[in-house]
Design a binder for this molecule. Structure first.
Ligand code: CDT
Length: 303
């Protein structure tokens, strides 16, 4: 067995007025609990340091910039890294990233993987950006990710860490089979992701009433079809009037949920994730080398 004792640290709402310092304190508290429960890796949500700001049209650039990190770790996020190093626990966390690349200000919805020594070993930038680039009439909460972020330019990488092959994606990415398959083709054994999913995200009541089902359906299918663990961590509860789904999960390569959050607040769940369970599927029903038929899939990479 190759076991990663893994925690998912779900967060309840972060209000717009909550300071980074206070939010980091909440993350540290959960990191300590995860460690006390035997975890060596803890997965935090998407955009874990601030409220989910794409729900508002923010026209003042300085105000918008205040939701982004220009360095990681920065002065306010460094305590999380220091605590991880002290405890000897690694983590995955999402944040809004502001960088100057090719002479331009660029914004990404980003996640990093940090090892138990406090070093960043991997970075991912969200590829599938949901929502709109302009406010939509009639919505109580906007979803302006297409306005505030560029699609990630790092692809779906995997990293050798924790004795396995680790991958990341972010929120809406989890609904797309290509996300998992590109990592699956690189032998991924654990996909870590965070999400902020408002119940009213499509504005169609019949679809929105299935939000919890679709959340789990996507992650369970991705796990099974690619023989990988999936750790999905929510930021949830009623945040600035927007009700977001919880039910953070740790999903086995069998597709089964082996741990699930039962609150809509800050909550740590843990599981003993044996990476060799995935091997069993990769050597039989999902032996990619023996059973895939890529010639029949060409349409998938056409524009
Ligand atoms: N954060 C994020 O990607 N949320 C989307 C829902 C919003 S769609 C307007 C999701 O897929 O969960």
């Amino acid at each position: 067995a190759r076991v990663i004792n893994t925690a998912s640290a779900q967060m309840g709402p972060i209000s717009r007025s909550e300071t980074r310092r206070d939010t980091v304190r909440r993350l540290i508290e959960m990191m300590r609990e995860a460690k006390a429960r035997g975890a060596e890796l803890v997965v935090f949500p998407e955009l874990a340091f601030t409220t989910f700001f794409p729900r508002w049209l923010i026209e003042d650039e300085a105000e918008l910039d205040s939701f982004y990190e220009t360095e990681m770790p920065g002065p306010e996020t460094a305590p999380l890294f220091e605590e991880a190093k002290k405890l000897g626990i690694g983590f995955n966390v999402g944040y809004a990233e502001l960088v100057h690349e090719q002479g331009k200000k660029r914004r990404y919805n980003t996640a990093i993987l940090v090892d138990p020594g406090g070093e960043i070993v991997g970075k991912y930038r969200k590829v599938h950006l949901p929502g709109h680039d302009a406010p939509q009439p009639g919505r109580t909460h906007q979803h302006l990710e297409k306005r505030y972020f560029e699609p990630g330019n790092l692809g779906f990488g995997v990293w050798r860490a924790y004795g396995g092959v680790m991958g990341m994606c972010i929120c809406n990415d989890r609904r797309w089979p290509e996300t998992y398959r590109v990592m699956g083709l690189q032998g991924v054994e654990m996909v870590m992701l965070g999400y902020n999913t408002p119940y009213d995200h499509t504005q169609h009541p019949d679809i929105d009433s299935l939000t919890q089902f679709h959340n789990h359906l996507s992650m369970q299918a991705g796990a099974y079809q690619n023989a990988t663990w999936v750790v999905g961590t929510a930021k949830c509860g009623v945040e600035e009037g927007s009700n977001m789904v919880g039910q953070s999960v740790i999903v086995s390569p069998s597709g089964e949920i082996v741990a699930m959050a039962s609150t809509i607040g800050d909550e740590v769940i843990t599981a003993r994730c044996d990476l060799d369970i995935g091997k069993r599927y990769r050597e039989t029903i999902f032996d990619f080398a023996r059973h895939r038929e890529p010639d029949a899939y060409r349409l998938i990479v056409e524009r």
